[in-house]
Design a protein. Structure first.
Length: 378
């Protein structure tokens, strides 16, 4: 008994006889003997070309058939190769090592092959490629922020620096690690550091250090954590600066302590790629009993300063009076003018009329002033 198989326009038929491939069949009706007649068995496998990728249990053997190779695009990739398949201008699939086959119709295919030894993947349609659902299986996307710099570590070796931007690397090509480094100014606070001054006063000091990474490679490869390293160096420098000063000098000039700590940090920080921008003492916390003693000292100092100022003013006033008296004694006319001035001040606002006769007016005035005084004495 004969049967026919209909192959549509988007399909192809693979004819087998006794398990061996015979021919590739195009669209149309194709007759075969009934499969019940096993002595002369014919089988037709129908495959859809709309699936684009050709797969079959006997694929490796079939791809050696010339008639099939004319209808199929075959690519063979080594372990260090990858390919991207475009279908009608759109990304269709990523493929890795091995043999791959794709129907040439009904779509227009473009196949790009890449060697992943170059590690970095670059393409004019990069954004479209990394948005594809399969891209995460084949590609690593790394974005470096504008304020950062990244170190590229390949197989345990520093391979270069990555500036701000987007970078894409092939997965499983090599051991790739990216270490971002923040290039902005940062602040380290050395809080609650207990230190003894040269005069045996224990106090707590809070220090603020502002710094910035100047060499990302040094910052990552020289020390395990450049932030912690700078913190420890700041602790040591602060102890050295405070320990050589008495409490009075420390409280009187905190800025000099910050400057000394900064100078000590500059050289050490440069060794691991960090530049120190500023150092300052934020707080100096004294024990309770020391606060009371310092308050008493300050109060005594202020009182002594006030007494000294009063004595200076009194001495200046006495010296001024002595000079005035000497000047009046040497200048009788000036003395009379001062007497009239004093009289004017005494009589200011009084409603009094005076009539003077002949003689010295000043003597008459003196007499008027002395008369009430003598009456009160009597």
């Amino acid at each position: 008994m004969s049967l026919f198989t209909r192959i549509r326009k988007h399909e192809r038929g693979l004819r087998f006889r006794h398990g061996d491939f015979v021919e590739l069949l195009g669209p149309g009706r194709h007759w075969t003997l009934s499969r019940l007649w096993s002595a002369n068995r014919n089988v037709i496998d129908v495959a859809s070309t709309l699936e684009t990728k050709f797969t079959h249990p006997m694929q490796d053997a079939l791809l050696n058939e010339p008639s099939l190779r004319e209808a199929i695009e075959v690519i063979e990739l080594t372990d260090n190769q990858r390919a991207i398949v475009w279908r009608d201008g759109r990304l269709f699939a990523f493929v890795g090592p091995g043999r791959h086959a794709f129907w040439k119709t009904p779509y227009a295919l473009t196949i790009e092959t890449f060697n992943i030894d170059s590690l970095r993947f670059e393409h004019e349609k990069l954004e479209a490629i990394v948005r594809h659902p399969e891209s995460g299986q084949w590609l690593d996307v790394i974005e470096v922020d504008p304020h950062a710099e990244a170190l590229l570590i390949v197989n345990g070796q520093l391979a270069g620096n990555l500036e701000a931007g987007k970078y894409v690397f092939w997965k499983n090509a090599k051991r790739v690690r990216v270490m971002p480094v923040d290039r902005r100014e940062q602040t380290a606070e050395v809080a609650g550091q207990e230190i003894m001054t040269s005069d045996k006063v224990t106090l707590r000091v809070n220090l603020v250090v502002t710094y910035q990474v100047s060499d990302a490679a040094k910052a990552v490869t020289t020390v395990s954590d450049y932030g912690q390293s700078l913190y420890r160096e700041a602790q040591l420098a602060l102890r050295a600066a405070v320990g050589t000063r008495p409490i009075d000098a420390l409280l009187a000039d905190k800025e000099s302590v910050g400057g000394e700590v900064k100078n000590a940090l500059l050289a050490r920080a440069a060794e691991f790629g960090v530049v120190v921008r500023s150092v300052g003492l934020r707080d100096i916390i004294l024990p309770g009993d020391m606060k009371m003693i310092l308050n008493q000292v300050i109060t005594a100092q202020k009182e002594a300063e006030a007494n000294l100022i009063r004595r200076r003013e009194e001495t200046a006033a006495a010296r001024s009076q002595a000079n005035t008296a000497k000047l009046l004694a040497e200048n009788p006319l000036l003395a009379r003018m001062k007497e009239l001035e004093a009289l004017g001040q005494m009589l200011a606002g009084a409603k009094t009329s005076f009539v003077f006769g002949q003689g010295d007016m000043l003597e008459h005035l003196r007499g008027l002033i002395r008369a009430p005084q003598e009456a009160n004495e009597n």
